[in-house]
Ligand binder design. Structure first.
Ligand SMILES: [Zn+2]
Length: 407
């Protein structure tokens, strides 16, 4: 199957007909459909598909056995943010299948095993901890804490996995599997717009900015919008609103990014004052010092505004990811492979987190980016042109071929 044919099959899965955005939340029926599609397509290529203990899927090609030392692994994720785009994650998975197909069509025979990994809950779109599959695998989150994570409806990860037919009791670090990975190369749609002005179809990742999520809880008092005097109100919406602006200012002051993209106002009546507002702050910066300054500025502004309004404030860090530097030797090797094929791949840093970033702590990891002409991501408008996707597939095939041909 060509990339375009694979894409046509995958594209409709989990897409909301109203918004055109994707709702591929992990361990939901949409996710099950995506997993079934991947399994079907990988098996059609002759790959052996095995779930790992953390709910990630691995499709293996080449020397079999319980350990496949030095395996070359590619892949990405199939889950999405709420109303996300079709390319984030899915492009890396479909490209991996197409790249393996290209190598098989050339009768390539790998010396080292090749695997395609589909990581679970990469976006944290349901359980709010991003890269959950790779965090669990590398021991970056305690299994009990992961099992207890709950979605907006109060369904825990353990319950969601069980309902989807998976076993949450085995969650945890996977040293055997990690020990078999010689290199991990994730192809991903570019998030941002650096490649287009450079006229490059593909790029390579240098590193990932440190980033995190903080939950801000503003506690006020529910009251009647038509009778409560302004002076008597404890309205949590007020410090919340000022905090949104403070986040924007703190980010600008520190050369960082800060976003409040999710808010829950309760009870949420149009004619009432809220009892509480919960908001999530996402902050990222080129280095940890600037990230800390940004978050501290938001937190202290928020405390001040809350106190002024008689509103309580709680701030909880839900996730934190230190900066990632990808393996230089691996990147240089990939640069050479692509240059030999006439492809120039500029090196970029990104503010977006990825499973490759977590795996980079344990194995040599690299990322290939495919040009995003508008730069828009996490939106139904996210896009990559078909010829660029095809270039990405070819680039990935060359990289896998080189890495799997020799130790
Ligand atoms: Zn992604």
């Amino acid at each position: 199957m060509t990339f375009a044919e694979l894409w046509r099959e995958l594209e409709p899965l989990g897409r909301d007909p109203g918004t055109g955005g994707y709702r591929r939340y992990s361990w939901t029926p949409a996710d099950t459909e995506c997993r079934a599609w991947f399994t079907r397509r990988a098996e059609a290529l002759g790959l052996a598909v095995e779930p790992d203990r953390n709910g990630n899927l691995w499709a293996w090609w080449g020397p079999s056995g319980p350990r496949r030392p030095g395996a070359v692994v590619t892949g990405s994720h199939l889950d999405s943010v709420p109303d996300g785009g079709g390319y984030d994650g899915a492009l890396g998975v479909a490209s991996a299948l197409a790249a393996v197909e290209e190598l098989k069509a050339r009768s390539f025979s790998p010396e080292r095993a090749i695997a395609i990994a589909v990581m679970t809950e990469e976006e944290g779109g349901r359980f709010r901890v991003a890269c959950l599959g790779s965090r669990l695998m590398t021991g970056a989150i305690v299994p009990d804490a992961a099992r207890a994570l709950s979605d907006d409806d109060g369904v825990t990860l353990a319950a969601a996995m069980t309902a989807a037919g998976a076993d949450p009791s085995r969650l945890g670090p996977d040293e055997d599997l990690l020990g078999s990975v010689g290199a991990f190369v994730e192809l991903h749609v570019e998030q941002g717009r650096a490649l287009a002005p450079m006229g490059a179809a593909v790029g390579l990742a240098k590193g990932i900015w440190p980033h995190g999520r903080w939950r801000l809880g503003f506690g006020g008092r529910a009251d009647h919008a038509g009778t409560a005097r302004l002076a008597d109100r404890k309205d949590p919406m007020l410090p919340y609103a000022r905090t949104v602006l403070a986040a924007r200012r703190a980010a600008a002051d520190n050369g960082a990014l800060a976003t409040i993209g999710k808010v829950i106002a309760e009870p949420g009546g149009a004619n009432g004052i809220c009892s509480s507002v919960t908001a999530w702050l996402d902050a990222r910066a080129p280095d940890e010092a600037r990230l800390e300054k940004t978050v501290t500025a938001v937190r202290s502004a928020s405390m001040r505004y809350s106190a002024e309004c008689g509103v309580t404030l709680s701030v909880r860090q839900e996730s934190y990811t230190p900066p990632v530097r990808f393996d230089e030797a691996l990147r240089d090797r990939i640069t050479d492979v692509l240059a030999a094929a006439g492809m120039e791949a500029p090196v970029l840093s990104t503010g977006a987190g990825h499973d490759a970033g977590f795996l980079a702590a344990r194995v040599p990891a690299a990322m290939l980016f495919v040009r995003n002409p508008t730069g828009v991501s996490h939106s139904p408008a996210e896009h990559a042109d078909l010829p660029d996707c095809e270039t990405g597939v070819h680039a990935l095939a060359l990289v896998l071929e080189d890495l799997a041909a020799r130790p």
